[in-house]
Design a protein around this ligand. Structure first.
Ligand code: NAD
Length: 343
């Protein structure tokens, strides 16, 4: 918090369409009068091209250590620069172990599931599993990757999922693993889930094999409230789940660590549309709403979310991914329409 009572947040506009959607979210936050002071910092493509191999400069890291909250646009990982993505650098550096993706039906958004009341959250372990990316060539014809599952890492994410369920008044947590085949890693995760579930008698706990979970998500998505799973499983089913409610233009996410939380839309930099003022900023706006709630700005979060829902419901100003080129308005005009509905 600054001397004038504002909450400091590190803002990374990012690459491609990033600056346009971040501007849209920031205009809404300003219009609603949320007491936030941005520290604008860089990461991503331009940083890699300067020769910084991590894609994240020191002054960005220093800012995040201080503010402990980040709102960011998507980052490009230019092929041929650096070693890994700047996103992975940020998640690992700040031990953002929990990736949270809310999946909810929104008005006016075309989906095959309209009226089914999809409202679930995918909680994905964000650091361990195959994403430790420990790989080697055993022989000229054989490669091996390590799948790392720790008790501590599993316990943390599972507890996080139960606490999230309690905080949001959700009644059920589903664990999804491949425990039938990978008994020592995925099977252990299931075992730890069952152990911790006993501490939350108010919440129903069940387990599904991950392939059945994918099937159930497509067949009867309304049965889920919170899904907790290991990293690779979570990567795949959280994208699947985003697809149920309209796709990438609507998918928000938060990456939570013990000290730092990083909020970003699920989608990438959509380079084809960069600078064209046509992209849908909804995922970024919903991401900003998650961020506001995290810093206890519940009222301003609610006001922005309601204005967004009303704008979608009215259906007068929608972007091209929702209504096609002929009826579409620009990113800026869509944002103006939401601001007009702030009430
Ligand atoms: P992408 O998400 O940028 O695009 C996939 C498709 O979805 C494209 O057709 C795009 O036009 C569309 N799309 C994405 N966001 C949209 C929006 N808000 N409104 C309407 N349509 C939207 O994925 P990609 O093309 O695979 O990746 C492009 C770049 O983004 C790559 O460099 C990749 O590494 C990066 N990326 C970054 C992140 C991140 O920063 N978290 C996530 C994914 C990809």
């Amino acid at each position: 918090v600054t001397p004038n009572g504002k909450k400091l947040v590190t803002l990374i506009p990012g690459d491609g369409i990033g600056p346009e959607i971040v501007e849209s979210a920031c205009r809404l936050i300003e219009a609603v009068g949320a007491p936030i002071e941005w520290e604008v910092r860089r990461a991503g493509a331009s940083v890699f091209r300067e020769g910084i191999a991590s894609g994240v400069p020191d002054d960005t890291i220093e800012s995040i250590k201080r503010t402990r909250v980040v709102l960011k646009g998507p980052l490009e990982t230019p092929v041929g620069y650096g070693e890994k993505s700047a996103n992975v650098t940020l998640r690992k550096l700040f031990e953002a172990f929990a990736n949270v993706r809310p999946v909810r039906e929104l008005p006016s958004v075309p989906t095959p599931y309209r009226g089914r009341n999809i409202d679930l959250v995918v909680v994905r372990e964000n650091i361990e599993d195959l994403y430790a990316a420990i790989e080697y060539r055993e022989t000229p014809g054989v490669t091996i990757a390590h799948k790392l599952i720790s008790y501590k890492g599993s316990e943390k994410i599972i507890r996080f999922a139960f606490e999230l369920a309690r905080a949001e008044g959700r009644k059920k947590v589903t664990c999804a693993t491949k425990s039938n085949i990978l008994k020592l890693t995925e099977g252990w995760f299931q075992h730890i889930f069952e152990e911790i579930a006993s501490e939350y008698p108010d919440i129903e706990a069940n387990h599904l094999i991950i392939d059945n979970c994918a099937h159930q998500l497509v067949k009867a998505p309304e049965q889920f409230e919170v899904i907790v799973t290991t990293n690779l499983n979570g990567d795949i089913i959280s994208d699947l789940a985003s697809g149920l409610v309209g796709g990438l233009g609507f998918a928000a996410s938060g990456n939570y660590g013990h000290e730092v939380a990083i909020f970003e839309p699920v989608h990438g930099t959509a380079p084809k549309y960069a600078g064209k003022n046509v992209i849908n900023p909804t995922a970024m706006i919903l991401t900003a709403v998650m961020m506001l709630r995290y810093i206890d700005e519940f009222e301003t979060a609610e006001t922005i979310e309601q204005a967004l829902i009303v704008t979608l419901e009215e259906g007068k100003a929608l972007t091209r991914d929702v209504v096609g080129d002929e009826r579409a308005v620009s990113t800026t005009a869509f944002t103006d329409a939401i601001i007009a509905n702030l009430g």
